[in-house]
Design a protein. Structure first.
Length: 371
């Protein structure tokens, strides 16, 4: 954690220096800054009426302030000339190392695996879901730009990600992969000319069905292995079925304000009433936002996601190769984040930093001048 903060401080100093030296050539304010500030402002207000103001203030600093700084510095940094020549190799090497650590830790048992440097199953699955579309789109764009090895490197890294994802024994991650690949294929089909659209649509449908079938088979295998390790992991005894009605009841009691920003403010209530120590938060990011900041907070966060999607759509329609690639990757990253957080609350800590850093880089690419 200390290393992350030191690196973030150094990055902020570099970004500030670059902005001061080149105020005319750099776009200082990142896109969707207003929806981000509206969401952050409402989250800050929620500290006032929080049931634990001290905890809410700490969570606000971790999840909003640090994530916002990561978003800003990556947006500034990605505007540097030839930034992709730094970002892609570094991100690729980091992803390779992340997957290698997970694969190495898996045979050593679940107890060791959950505390490994890769972050355990929850954090790893969340990271892999936002990295996968970037890897796939980088291979697609590299091939179009004439880099012969781009597709091979992309497919090799995507395969490594799939192997690492299996080590998490998580079911949602496979739904996320399927959703990302089907969405990316669909968006690409819409960008093709009418003459080729029928052929590409047929190939896309076949590919989509193959991806869905493959992910479904892996999910069944993962579920069987989970039940072999813990009979309580069966679908019929899914703990969230008991949790979510209780969460909705708590939201109904304070629909406008919520209980204060920060995950786990009602941990005592949930664990005592449900007698399940692991059910200390909503296990659904959107329900958790409504629980923390009320329905207005949820609406502002959805507005923020919609603004990012609009930027991706504009980039996709631009016709410029790099901007189209960044628009595609934005849609994939959003899809992966949303799907993974439907059954957990994981857009926190390093996952929030990674998500907003990628969004900053991709929005910089999506806003670059057309060539």
């Amino acid at each position: 954690m200390a290393l992350r903060l030191v690196l973030l401080a150094l990055a902020l100093a570099c970004a500030g220096s670059a902005a001061a030296r080149q105020p005319r050539s750099l776009r200082i304010l990142p896109p969707v800054w207003l929806p981000f500030l509206l969401w952050a402002g409402w989250a800050a207000l929620a500290i006032i009426w929080s049931v634990e103001p001290g905890r809410s203030a700490k969570e606000f600093r971790n999840e909003i302030v640090y994530a916002g700084l990561a978003y800003f510095v990556c947006y500034i940094g990605a505007q540097a000339p030839r930034a992709a020549r730094i970002f892609l190799p570094v991100a690729g090497a980091a992803t390779t190392l992340l997957c290698a650590i997970a694969i190495y830790s898996f045979p050593q048992g679940n107890e060791h695996y959950q505390v490994g440097w890769h972050g355990g199953s929850g954090d790893l699955s969340s990271a892999l879901l936002v990295l996968m579309p970037c890897v796939l789109v980088a291979g697609w764009h590299g091939t179009r730009a004439g880099y012969a090895k781009a597709l091979h490197l992309s497919l090799a890294l995507a395969g490594l990600i799939l192997v690492a994802a299996y080590t998490t024994l998580n079911r949602t991650v496979w739904i996320g992969f399927a959703a990302e690949m089907v969405l990316l294929a669909g968006l690409l089909i819409t960008r093709e000319g009418a003459a080729d659209r029928r052929r590409i649509r047929t190939a896309g449908v076949v590919l989509a069905l193959a991806v869905i079938a493959g992910c479904a088979l892996v999910s069944v295998r993962v579920q069987a292995q989970r039940e072999a390790m813990d009979p309580a992991a069966s679908l019929t005894s899914e703990r969230r079925i008991k949790l979510w009605p209780e969460v909705l009841q708590q939201i109904e009691q304070r629909p406008l304000t919520g209980y204060g920003f920060g995950r786990g403010l009602l941990r005592g209530t949930f664990t005592e009433e449900l007698n399940e120590p692991i059910l200390w938060h909503a296990h659904n990011f959107f329900l958790d936002i409504a629980l923390q900041t009320g329905l207005p907070g949820l609406a502002l966060f959805l507005l923020l996601l919609g603004a990012i999607a609009r930027e991706g759509w504009r980039a996709l329609r631009s016709g410029d190769g790099m901007r189209m690639a960044c628009g595609l990757a934005l849609f994939g990253v959003l899809t992966g984040m949303v799907v993974r957080n439907m059954t957990d609350t994981l857009l926190v800590r390093q996952n929030a930093l990674l998500f907003w850093a990628l969004v900053g880089v991709l929005l910089a690419g999506a806003r670059r001048p057309a060539t």
